[in-house]
Every structure is written in structure tokens, then in C-alpha cells.
Design a protein around this ligand. Structure first.
Ligand code: NDP
Length: 339
């Protein structure tokens, strides 16, 4: 089958494209400009005519994808801004929401072969405040992040950057489910959404220097290699994580498994404190910062954790370990002369 991958030049999407190609699918990737296509063509040259790139310069435009879905069996929609820095909320919300809707509208009207759409959402759309932080709150797919939508509505540009991003992801994913529910009689395809936490791991996309890495890989690089976090943050800061290759594999599994239909999947491998990655990296590469040497992982407390049962049972995903992700990421950085 043929899969349209939107935002194909992104950190996650390049792995999605590669993993789909490796699994035998054909891939049509969309990028915003010709300057972002060359690297992909080189990277996937051996796929021959099973890989192509098309330019969609504005994903929010009505009909933006009309010309690119006529022969596809599936769509993996990943294009969405992931920045946490102070901007107008609409800078994130408009492309996230209208981009998703324009993909779905093109799919409804112009994709006769289409069977499934995968929207890459985030635990940003799942997370809630823990009302009782002394006890860990375990969230599953029934949870929706309503709070940050309210925060952004009330505070506008003054809202925290993180809330603007999480609101954009929630609004986009919610709109996708609403669209499919409303249109179900008119469409011959179904929806799957994937909700990952921090995505780490090696990268294939074009990046000239660490400062230009995507948000999550950049965080990992500066935390592990440059040692930018203080001891307090290393021991107490963190969240949940997953390897980028597991997210790519989840896209393939979501297309191969009929029973994935209509499901939202939390794609979290496990919870972590930043120091856990420093410890793992330092063990492999002793020249890297040791970080907080008095940190005791057995004492780590998490306010929020994610239940990944559905991803394991329905998709059958096996999550990579922190040791493997760390080793492969360091090798990748080393090969680029970044260590
Ligand atoms: P990247 O920044 O590497 O990729 C983002 C992609 O989206 C790029 O192709 C980018 O195109 C495109 N994009 C960004 N803004 C716009 C816009 N306004 N209009 C059209 N396209 C746009 O990030 P990731 O690979 O990490 O992110 C991919 C997806 O994964 C996003 O949906 C993100 O929310 C989701 N995600 C990521 C996580 C992570 O930790 N990395 C965690 C959970 C979810 P261009 O290069 O032209 O800007």
C-alpha cells in the first residue's frame, strides 16, 4: 500500500517514512518547501519509485492535500509545530488544528482507496493535573487535557508556552475524533491516534548543529551531553519517554492490525528523571557529565504516569530500553562529531 506522511522532514516523520519503507509500503512525504526535500530524496534513494516528496507549502489551506491523496491507502499526519517558547497561541493552534482538518477533509473527498488515518497526537492531549500529588496518578486513554485549553483561552499570549503547545495538540486530536464521528456514514476509513510523551533516540533528519535539533532531541542533547541542568532539576525533573523508532514501528503496526481501528494509543515506554539518562550515558561514555551523583532512582517520585497497556496488547509494541536508546543516540551524536 501507499502512505502519505505529512511533515516528512521532521525528527519523528523521517523514522516513520523509513520504517514504512522497510516494511514494504510506498511513501509519499509532504514538506513545506523544496529546500526540505533534497535530504529525504538522498536518504531514501534506494527505495526508488517507492518514495517521493511533494510540496504542500501551507497545510492549513482548504484543499491543501487534495492532489496528494487520490491513490493512498493510509495517511500518517505528523506535521504540527512543537515549540514551547512564547508565541501567540494561534501560531501553534492554527497549524495543528486547521492542518489536521485539512488532511481529513481532503481524505473525505479525494481518497477512494483510503483505509486508515493515523494522527500523531501527544500525551499533551492526555495529561491532567494530579489533584493529590503525594500519590501517583496513572492516566490512560480516557483522559483528556481540558485544563490547558482553558488556560490558553483565559490567558492568551501570556499563557505558558507549554500550555499553548498542549492545547494545540488537544484541540487537533479532539477535532480529528469529532470529524470521524460526524462523518462516519460518509467515509470508508477509520482513525487511529498515537499519544507519545518525550520522544528520544537517534535521528535521520537534516540538522546542521545541535541548536537546530527538534525540541525533544535538543533537550536530550543539552541535558546529557552538555550537562545544562542543575542537580535539583536532574533528580526531580523528567516525565515519560519513548524511543523514536518505537513510534515509527507503532505507525506500521497501526496499519497492519485491523483491531487498531478507532483507538487512541498512549505510546509511553516509562517514566524517567533526567538524571536516569545521564547515569545511562555516563556508564557508556565516562567523559560525559556524571550529573547528580547523590540521586537515588529508587526514591524517585512521579506525580503522573501513563498506562501503556493498550499499545502493548493491541499493537503488540515492544518498547526499547533506556540503555539501548541512550547507546544508539550517543553513537549517532559521535558519528556527527557532536560528542
Ligand atoms: P519536528 O520539529 O522535527 O517536526 C515537525 C514537523 O512538522 C516538520 O515537518 C515541520 O515542518 C512541521 N511543521 C511545523 N510547523 C508547521 C506548520 N506551521 N505548518 C506545517 N508544518 C509544520 O518535531 P517532531 O518530529 O518531534 O514532531 C512531529 C510530531 O510529533 C508533532 O505532531 C509533535 O506534536 C509530535 N510529538 C512529538 C514529541 C517529541 O517529543 N518529539 C512528543 C509527542 C508528540 P518544517 O520543517 O517545515 O517546519
Amino acid at each position: 500500500g501507499k502512505v502519505l506522511v505529512t511533515g516528512a522532514n521532521g525528527f519523528v516523520a523521517v523514522w516513520v517514512a523509513k520504517t514504512l519503507l522497510d516494511a514494504g509500503f510506498s511513501v509519499r512525504g509532504t514538506v513545506r518547501s523544496e529546500s526540505k526535500a533534497g535530504h529525504l530524496r538522498t536518504l531514501f534513494a534506494s527505495a526508488g519509485d517507492k518514495f517521493e516528496v511533494v510540496i504542500v507549502d501551507d497545510i492549513t489551506k482548504e484543499g491543501a492535500f487534495d492532489a496528494h491523496v487520490g491513490d493512498v491507502d493510509a495517511i500518517a499526519h505528523t506535521a504540527s509545530p512543537f515549540h514551547l517558547n512564547g508565541v501567540e497561541p494561534d501560531e501553534l493552534i492554527v497549524p495543528a488544528l486547521q492542518g489536521t482538518l485539512s488532511v481529513l477533509r481532503s481524505a473525505r473527498a479525494h481518497a477512494p482507496n483510503l483505509r486508515r488515518v493515523i494522527v500523531l497526537s501527544s500525551v499533551a492531549a492526555v495529561v491532567r493535573k494530579n489533584p493529590n500529588p503525594a500519590e501517583m496518578l496513572v492516566l490512560d486513554e480516557a483522559s483528556w487535557n481540558e485544563e490547558d485549553i482553558v488556560t490558553v483561552r483565559e490567558q492568551g499570549a501570556a499563557a505558558p508556552g507549554g500550555a499553548k503547545y498542549t492545547a494545540s495538540k488537544t484541540l487537533a486530536e479532539r477535532a480529528a475524533w469529532d470529524f470521524v464521528e460526524k462523518e462516519k456514514a460518509a467515509i470508508g476509513w477509520d482513525l487511529v491516534t498515537l499519544c507519545p510523551p518525550f520522544i528520544f533516540g537517534p535521528f535521520l533528519h537534516e540538522v546542521a548543529k545541535p541548536e537546530l535539533l527538534n525540541t525533544s532531541a535538543q533537550l536530550w542533547y543539552f541535558m546529557v551531553v552538555k550537562g545544562t541542568f542543575d542537580n535539583e532539576t536532574l533528580a526531580n525533573g523528567g516525565g515519560s519517554w519513548v524511543d523514536v523508532r518505537d513510534i515509527a514501528q507503532a505507525h506500521v503496526l497501526a496499519l497492519l492490525k485491523p483491531e487498531a481501528a478507532g483507538n487512541r494509543f498512549i505510546m509511553s515506554s516509562q517514566e524517567f528523571k533526567f538524571q536516569d539518562f545521564l547515569t545511562a550515558a555516563h556508564k557508556i561514555e565516562p567523559t560525559l557529565p556524571a550529573g547528580n551523583t547523590s540521586y537515588d532512582p529508587s526514591q524517585a517520585k512521579f506525580e503522573i504516569a501513563y498506562d501503556n497497556t493498550r499499545a502493548k496488547t493491541v499493537l503488540g509494541i515492544k518498547f526499547r530500553t533506556m540503555a539501548e536508546t541512550t547507546k544508539d543516540t550517543l553513537e549517532d551524536f559521535k558519528a556527527r562529531g557532536w560528542l
